[in-house]
Structure formats: structure tokens, C-alpha cells
Design a protein around this ligand. Structure first.
Ligand SMILES: [Ca+2]
Ligand SMILES: [Ca+2]
Length: 186
């Protein structure tokens, strides 16, 4: 005689239920252990390609500015918040560049790669001095790392991809606060 207990799982259903529970468990574990890291990796890749893209845009703009005006653009502490050093608007360029300025060279300005990170155009430097003249004749852009939002792995990847992988040498330099990228020396 068949059981009347409505909660009793018959043998046939048990044989289906166990694989189903197992499959559900696999999906949950998969979601927790596999899918999230993949999404994190996609986000990390997006950040890296956005930074590389911004770097090339800034480099292209700064070199075009220097070619037209014979000098580097003015330093701009925070390109991402609209201080453009003359790269975007003529009125920001020095008076001596007003006639030769033929920008905008950088439009739009680079947005913040992360909520707190931002791009900056530094004062002329003598960090690398490849030409050995001891002058502050290098133009560098630098990315403020936004209190670690641009993490050490990303910074190391940028140095490996664009330079020599050494934080304190070459054309990309990594400090806890900034990632420096050399644009020109002359
Ligand atoms: Ca030099
Ligand atoms: Ca380096």
C-alpha cells in the first residue's frame, strides 16, 4: 500500500532530488568561488585598459602641444577635474602660446579612472635624464593612485607593459601615491 505521508519522498523522486540538490550546490559554489573572481578580473582589465588609453591620449596631446607651441604645456595638478594646462582650452595656455595654440589637444580631459584617482601633468623634471644634461627638461604625466584604489598589482602591470617592470627606473615609476609616466625629454 502506498504511503499517505505527503512529505515522504518516493524512491523515484529521491533519485532525481539528490542530483538536483547537488547541481544547485555546484551552482552556488560556482557563483561564490568562480564567477565573482572572473567579474573582478574583468573590472581589473577594464581599469588597466582605461589607464593605458588615457596615458596614450595625454602623451599624444602633450606632444602635439609641444610641437605647435615649442614648449611643454603648463603643469596641471588635476587634469581629471578640469585643470588642463592649456591642453583643452586656449585661455589656460600661457600668453606667449596664444598665437601658436591650435588645440584643443586633449578633449575630453581624462576622467578619474577610479573615484579618487586622477591624472596630473607635472612640472618639468630631471628624474631620468636620458640625455645627461642635468636639466629639468622632462615632461611627465602622473596618475594619483587614489589611496590605493589603483592597487599594487595594477601599478606593477602598467610598469611591465609600458616600461621595464622596475618601480624606480625607466619611463614608468611607481610610488605608493603616484604612477609617473615620462612623455618627452628635450
Ligand atoms: Ca635631461
Ligand atoms: Ca619602470
Amino acid at each position: 500500500m502506498a504511503s499517505k505521508d505527503p512529505f515522504q519522498v518516493s524512491g523515484r523522486w529521491r533519485s532525481l532530488a539528490i542530483p538536483l540538490v547537488f547541481a544547485a550546490a555546484v551552482m552556488i559554489v560556482g557563483t561564490m568561488g568562480v564567477v565573482d573572481p572572473l567579474r573582478d578580473q574583468a573590472t581589473a582589465d577594464d581599469l588597466r585598459s582605461a589607464i593605458v588609453s588615457d596615458f596614450y591620449r595625454i602623451e599624444h596631446a602633450a606632444l602635439a602641444y609641444a610641437r605647435d607651441n615649442g614648449e611643454y604645456p603648463a603643469a596641471a595638478f588635476n587634469l581629471s577635474d578640469g585643470y588642463d594646462g592649456g591642453l583643452a582650452s586656449r585661455t589656460s595656455a600661457p600668453a606667449r602660446h596664444q598665437k601658436t595654440w591650435s588645440g584643443p589637444y586633449l578633449a575630453p580631459l581624462p576622467s578619474r579612472p577610479t573615484p579618487q584617482a586622477f591624472w596630473s601633468l607635472a612640472e618639468p623634471q630631471s628624474l631620468r635624464d636620458a640625455d645627461g644634461d642635468g636639466q629639468r627638461d622632462e615632461l611627465w604625466t602622473r596618475l594619483n593612485r587614489g589611496n590605493g584604489e589603483v592597487d599594487d598589482e595594477t601599478a606593477a602591470w602598467l610598469d611591465r607593459s609600458l616600461d621595464d617592470g622596475r618601480a624606480d627606473a625607466g619611463k614608468v615609476r611607481v610610488t605608493p601615491t603616484w604612477i609617473w609616466f615620462e612623455l618627452a625629454e628635450h
